[in-house]
Design a protein around this ligand. Structure first.
Ligand SMILES: [Fe+2]
Length: 492
């Protein structure tokens, strides 16, 4: 393995007495380019060609107030596969906030759990007081890697070959862009939303395959909301107004406390180029949904899959380290209990029907992106380690037959969100791999694995050593080299 080490960034973090600054969440700062990666086991397949990119959250300076693991600065890890070879590199996203704090040598913004007014400079996005750390999500669109932040912010662009930072996307509107922009590989479009504390509280937009904003409309909702994700079909975008959001009374005092409100969930369906008047709202059982899977049209219905939280307000976690019980409760999926769930919205009758697809605690779903917005059969979910925002397994579902297959990682090994990688010239929807970065706490190392989705329970077909142990984080994506080059891929 050849490793080129870049000059170290300035990090001043001294206090690591936080459960999410240890173990698989321990921060790391080195930025490298690595080639000739060592294969630990198996063979790198020659039938995939593209990049896997994962965003992680790194605390760089001692926080102002209490640290939340989603406050950290965005660091992207990229592995590129081509002709049976793999290369790796990682970079911090050079956000305005990251650069300002590098210059200051300290934190300038308080995080999600900091007291009101803690930030020393004006913040960004829906919260208005946070640093836009661009650390939540990452997609590839219009030939660029695009990283985003869940509380809304800029869309930061990076080169898909080098991870060179290329600044801000010019199309991002004044209220910013939420994480979970949706890329439709069949049209090359990217659909996005944002949300804020001022009317109309939510917007929806479309960026075309050339990176041009071609549609941007208000989505009127009755007050400040906290949507995290959206869904789309070939013809429709699906937004949400869920009963978990900031408490308005607390918000008057500057406190950003969330609570469930006593009303149904609402899902808004509008034509992909429609405006606010075209939205049709459908009521459904109250819940919070962090992430959706796919959605598609079937007869008069729009079908949407996602993870229905049975307990969106989990309360404090027992046995948590002192002072961290609420934080750890919200981060423990075995407390929020997300369940694989299907909503059917009938466009003729206006009614919603709901169906539970699995009773296990699952989240962070992935599927073959070539079927995005279209009828699909296979879903892949991550399994969380009880008590922790860490993944230690995956489940594959055949949504037609109801069959499922599980893969549990060995003790002390944690996966990253694992997108589906179609084989070159794949004929079937599940003809490909899941790709994931593994953090191994036993050996203090990291690796990249590929799991053959048609031999799911057999475990990785290849394990590739990374040059350093990485930190945990949230979202990731796979992009075929053809898609990076052309900006669009013909659907199957
Ligand atoms: Fe997310």
């Amino acid at each position: 393995m050849q490793v080129e080490q870049l000059p170290l960034i300035i990090s001043t973090l001294t206090d690591l007495e936080h459960p999410y600054m240890q173990g698989a969440w321990a921060p790391m700062y080195g930025e490298v380019n690595a080639t000739d990666l060592e294969v630990i086991e198996g063979t790198i397949p020659t039938d995939i060609d593209g990049i896997y990119v994962r965003n992680t959250e790194i605390p760089v300076h001692d926080p102002i107030g209490r640290y939340h693991p989603f406050d950290g600065d965005g660091m992207l890890h990229l592995i590129s596969f081509r002709q049976g070879q793999a290369e790796y590199r990682n970079r911090f996203v050079r956000t305005r906030g990251f650069e300002a704090e590098q210059e200051a040598g300290r934190s300038l913004w308080g995080g999600l759990m900091a007291p009101p007014g803690a930030s020393l400079r004006p913040g960004w996005g829906a919260h208005e007081g946070l640093k836009d750390s661009s650390s939540t999500d990452v997609v590839v669109h219009a030939g660029k890697v695009v990283s985003t932040f869940y509380q809304c912010g800029e869309a930061y662009l990076l080169d898909p070959n080098t991870l060179e930072n290329q600044g801000l996307a010019g199309w991002a509107p004044i209220d910013g862009v939420s994480a979970h922009t949706k890329v439709d590989e069949a049209t090359g479009e990217m659909l996005f939303f944002n949300y804020s504390k001022h009317a109309p509280y939510m917007h929806y937009g479309v960026v075309d395959r050339h990176g041009k904003l071609v549609h941007y409309v208000p989505v009127p909702v009755p007050g400040p909301r906290l949507p995290h994700d959206m869904a789309f079909t070939r013809n429709y975008a699906i937004l949400n107004d869920l009963p978990l959001h900031w408490d308005l009374e607390a918000l008057k005092g500057g406190f950003h406390a969330t609570r469930m409100h006593d009303r149904p969930s609402r899902f808004g369906i509008l034509p992909r180029r429609g405006n606010g008047r075209d939205i049709r709202w459908f009521e459904a059982a109250p819940t919070y949904v962090l992430h959706f899977l796919n959605a598609y049209e079937e007869g008069d219905e729009v079908v949407m899959d996602g993870y229905f939280q049975e307990n969106p307000e989990p309360g404090p976690m027992r046995d948590a380290p002192r002072g961290f019980a609420h934080l750890m409760g919200f981060l423990d999926q075995h407390m929020t209990r997300p369940r694989l769930h299907r909503w059917r919205f009938n466009l003729k009758t206006g009614t919603t029907t709901e169906q539970r697809l699995d009773e296990r605690t699952l989240e962070f779903g992935m599927y073959n992106q070539r079927y995005a917005g279209r009828p699909y059969r296979y879903a892949y979910s991550a399994v969380a380690k009880p008590g922790w925002f860490l993944f230690d397994g995956f489940v594959k579902h055949d949504l037609v037959s109801g069959q499922s297959w599980s893969l549990q990682l060995a003790e002390g090994r944690y996966a990253s969100e694992a997108p589906f990688v179609p084989r070159i010239d794949a004929k079937d929807e599940d003809d490909g791999y899941l790709v994931s970065f593994i953090i191994d706490e036993n050996t203090q190392t990291s690796e990249c694995v590929l799991i053959d989705c048609r031999r799911f329970e057999e475990g990785p077909v290849v394990r590739i050593a990374l040059p350093h142990k990485i930190s945990s984080g949230t979202h990731s994506c796979w992009a075929d080299r053809r898609f990076i080059r052309d900006g669009v891929l013909a659907p199957p």
